[in-house]
Unconditional design. Structure first.
Length: 634
C-alpha cells in the first residue's frame, strides 16, 4: 500500500508581520512550489486576526516599498468567511504572486502576510513513489518522466545535475527536482517535486494543576518507540511504549523524553524535551508595590507583577485581554492599568502547552483630578482680570501660579476659598493639586496672551486655491475673526521672508500669483497688540491632482471594466491614453498614446491588459494646459 506523510511546508516569502497568514486552500493537497494549469480556479484564505485584508497580486515577486503600496500591484477585496478568516478566488492565467495586506494606523504603515507564488505548469509531468528519502542515504527515490521526449536534463534546487540526462533519475538527497525536456526543438520544464526527509516532532497535552502529561508523536509513521533518560544525550528505550501517544506521571526530578518513528524503512528521532513537576507547576504571581501610611498605592507609582522566570514563555493578560508583556515581570504605573491579571506560561521546550496562573487584582488609589473653570475665556490682554474657579471635591488643595512647565514650592499661592483672581501679565499656568490619604492628583489651566494667538485666512472659492491663468484668488480674514481686528496689512513670502504688499490694507486681498500669504491685524480688544494670521498657500493650477482608478484591475480574457476620474464632474476636455511600446532613439520605449476608441467622459470602458492614464482640464481653469493623471494597470 502506498503511504503518505504530511510535512509542514513554509510558503515563499518573508512574513513581514507575524500572525498574518495566507494559505492556498484550493486546489487542495498541493505543496510548494505551486504549478497549475492555465485557467485553474484558485482560492487563497487569509487569517488576519479578524481584520479584512486587501488582497494584493503581481506578475513579479514584489519588492516592498518603505511606505504604502506599489501602484502596480493589483488590489482586491476578500470575502468574509464569518469565522475570522477571509477568502479570495480567481482563475490563474499567468504566473502570479499573491499575498494580503492590512494598513495599521498606529504604525502608519502596511503589514503583509506571507507570499504565495503560483506558477504555470508546462504539461510535462514527473512523478515519484512517495516523496520521502532517508537522511542517512540508505534510501533512494525514483523520479520518472511521463511520456517520451527528445532530450532530458534533470535539476536539483534549480541547478543542473551533471550526467542526469535520461528519462528517469534516482534521487539520493532531499530537495526540489524538475526536468527540462526538448520536443520538436522546444525546451520545456516539468512540474517541480519536493523530496523530503521524514521528520517527527514531539508535542503534548497537559491540564493546569495536573501531575501527568500526554505526549504525542507526529502521525503517519509505521512504528513508534519512546525513549527516556536523565540527560538528553543518554536515552534508553521504554520497552512497552510503542504507540504514537504516551502518558507518564511528571517526575520530581528532570527527565528527558523523545520519540522515534519509522516510515518506509527510515527511522528518525524527535527532539528530546524535559519534563518535571517544577517545570509544569502552575505559575504564581507575586505583587510588589510601595504602599503609603494609609495602605494605598497611589496613582503613578510602580507596581511589579512577577512570576518564575524558569518557564519557556510568559504571556500576561489584563481583564481577559492580552497585555503584550512577554517577560516574567510586568511593570504597571497608573490607574488605567487597574484590573485582574493572569500569566499564561509554557514549559521550556513545550510551546504547545499553556498553563494559566490564578488571577491577582491590581488597584491604584485614585484622587479625582480637580476641575478648573476659567472666566472670562482667553486669550487675554495685559491687565485683564481672570478668575480660575475650582469645583471642590472635599480634598486638601494647593494652588500654584507658574511660568515653567512644572510648578515648584516657590510657585505656591494662597487662595482663600475656591477661586483665584489674578491680573494677566503674559502667559501663565495655574495648577491645583488635590491631596487625600497620602495620594494626589493635579490639573493645570494655561492662560494665553492675545499677542501670541493667530487667526485664519479663508478663500471665497476653494477652486481658486489652484490659481488659473489670468485669474484671481480672493483671500479674506475669516468671517468669524474679521470684527476682532482692525488696521490690516497683507504680506507675501518671498525667498523665505515676509514682504508687505503695498496698498493691501483691507480685510480682503485679490492674489494674482502663487505663493504663501499672511495678514496682520491690530487686536480690537487689546490696544497696541498686533496679531499675525496663519499662512495660506496659493498653488499653480498644474499642481492640482488628477486621480483615476479602475472598478476592477484584474480581468480574465473577454472581461471589461471601467476607468474612472475621481470627482469626475470637476473635469472637462478629457482624453484617455493607453501604453504602447515603440522604437525610439534609445531602443524600445514606453509611451502613452491617445485611445482611438476613447471618449471624453470621466468614465472609460477598457478590456485590454495594459496601462492607462488620462489628461484633462479642471472646470475652474478652462484656459490652462491639461493635467496628466496617475497611470492605472489592468
Amino acid at each position: 500500500m502506498r503511504k503518505f506523510y504530511a510535512l509542514k511546508v513554509a510558503l515563499l516569502g518573508a512574513v513581514i508581520c507575524q500572525g498574518q497568514t495566507a494559505t492556498l486552500v484550493s486546489p487542495a493537497g498541493l505543496t510548494p512550489p505551486f504549478e497549475l494549469s492555465p485557467g485553474t480556479q484558485v482560492t487563497v484564505e487569509y487569517d488576519f486576526w479578524g481584520d479584512q485584508p486587501t488582497v494584493l497580486m503581481y506578475g513579479q515577486e514584489p519588492d516592498f516599498p518603505e511606505f504604502g503600496l506599489d501602484p502596480n500591484w493589483s488590489q482586491n477585496n476578500a470575502t468574509n468567511n464569518g469565522d475570522g478568516t477571509f477568502s479570495y478566488t480567481f482563475n490563474l492565467n499567468a504566473e502570479t504572486w499573491i499575498w494580503g495586506g492590512v494598513y495599521q494606523p498606529f504604525i502608519m504603515n502596511w503589514s503583509f502576510s506571507n507570499i504565495i507564488h503560483l506558477g504555470i505548469a508546462s504539461g510535462v509531468m514527473i512523478s515519484y513513489t512517495d516523496g520521502l528519502i532517508c537522511g542517512d542515504g540508505s534510501d533512494t527515490e525514483l523520479l520518472t518522466v511521463d511520456g517520451t521526449f527528445d532530450t532530458y536534463q534533470w535539476y536539483l534546487n534549480n541547478g543542473a545535475i551533471d550526467g542526469a540526462t535520461s528519462n528517469t533519475y534516482v534521487a539520493t538527497s532531499a530537495g526540489m527536482y524538475k526536468v527540462q525536456v526538448t520536443t520538436a526543438g522546444e525546451a520545456l520544464f516539468s512540474n517541480t517535486l519536493t523530496i523530503s526527509e521524514p521528520v517527527i516532532h514531539l508535542s503534548g497535552n497537559f491540564t493546569t494543576g495536573g501531575n501527568t502529561i500526554n505526549m504525542n508523536g507526529t502521525a503517519g509513521f509505521d512504528t513508534y518507540q519512546w525513549w527516556t533518560g536523565t540527560s538528553a544525550d543518554n536515552l534508553t528505550a521504554v520497552g512497552s511504549a510503542t504507540a504514537m501517544n504516551y502518558t507518564v506521571a511528571l517526575p520530581a526530578n528532570v527527565m528527558y523524553y523523545t520519540v522515534s518513528g519509522t516510515v518506509n524503512g527510515c527511522t528518525v528521532f524527535s527532539e528530546a524535551l524535559p519534563i518535571s513537576l517544577d517545570a509544569f507547576a502552575t505559575p504564581v504571581i507575586t505583587v510588589s508595590a510601595d504602599t503609603n501610611s494609609f495602605g494605598h498605592v497611589c496613582n503613578n507609582t510602580e507596581i511589579i507583577l512577577m512570576t518564575s522566570e524558569n518557564y519557556g514563555t510568559h504571556e500576561w493578560w489584563q481583564n481577559g485581554m492580552n497585555n503584550s508583556g512577554s517577560w516574567h515581570m510586568l511593570n504597571l504605573y497608573g490607574n488605567w492599568q487597574n484590573g485582574s491579571y493572569t500569566v499564561v506560561v509554557s514549559p521550556g521546550g513545550w510551546p504547545d502547552i499553556s498553563i494559566t496562573s490564578a488571577p491577582v487584582s491590581v488597584t491604584y488609589y485614585t484622587v479625582m483630578q480637580p476641575d478648573l473653570f476659567v472666566s472670562p475665556g482667553g486669550p487675554y490682554c495685559d491687565g485683564t482680570q481672570v478668575t480660575v474657579l475650582l469645583s471642590d471635591e472635599g480634598y486638601n488643595y494647593t494652588w500654584y501660579e507658574h511660568t515653567n512647565f512644572y510648578p515648584t514650592e516657590e510657585d505656591i499661592v494662597v487662595v482663600p476659598g475656591f477661586g483665584h483672581i489674578l491680573t494677566f501679565d503674559g502667559q501663565v499656568n495655574v495648577t491645583v493639586e488635590a491631596s487625600y490619604q497620602g495620594c494626589s492628583s493635579s490639573s493645570t489651566a494655561t492662560l494665553y496672551a492675545a499677542s501670541d494667538a493667530n487667526f485664519n485666512i479663508s478663500i471665497q472659492n476653494w477652486d481658486q486655491q489652484y490659481l488659473c491663468t489670468d485669474s484671481m484668488a480672493y483671500l479674506e480674514v475669516s468671517p468669524w475673526n474679521v470684527n476682532e481686528f482692525t488696521n490690516y496689512q497683507w504680506y507675501k513670502e518671498i525667498d523665505g521672508n515676509l514682504q508687505a504688499i503695498v496698498g493691501a490694507t483691507g480685510s480682503t486681498y485679490a492674489a494674482n500669483s502663487t505663493g504663501i500669504y499672511v495678514v496682520r491685524g491690530d487686536l480690537v480688544a487689546c490696544a497696541g497688540v498686533q496679531v499675525m494670521s496663519y499662512p495660506f498657500d496659493i498653488y499653480h493650477f498644474s499642481e492640482r491632482e488628477l486621480f483615476i482608478y479602475a472598478d476592477i484591475d484584474l480581468l480574465c480574457m473577454g472581461e471589461e471594466t471601467n476607468l474612472n476620474i475621481s470627482i469626475g464632474e470637476e473635469w472637462q476636455n478629457i482624453q484617455w491614453f493607453k501604453r504602447e511600446i515603440q522604437m525610439g532613439s534609445q531602443g524600445y520605449e514606453q509611451v502613452f498614446t491617445p485611445m482611438i476608441t476613447g471618449g471624453s467622459s470621466p468614465v472609460q470602458m477598457v478590456n485590454e491588459f495594459n496601462y492607462y492614464l488620462t489628461k484633462a482640464r479642471h472646470v475652474s481653469c478652462p484656459t490652462g494646459i491639461k493635467i496628466t493623471s496617475n497611470d492605472v494597470s489592468i
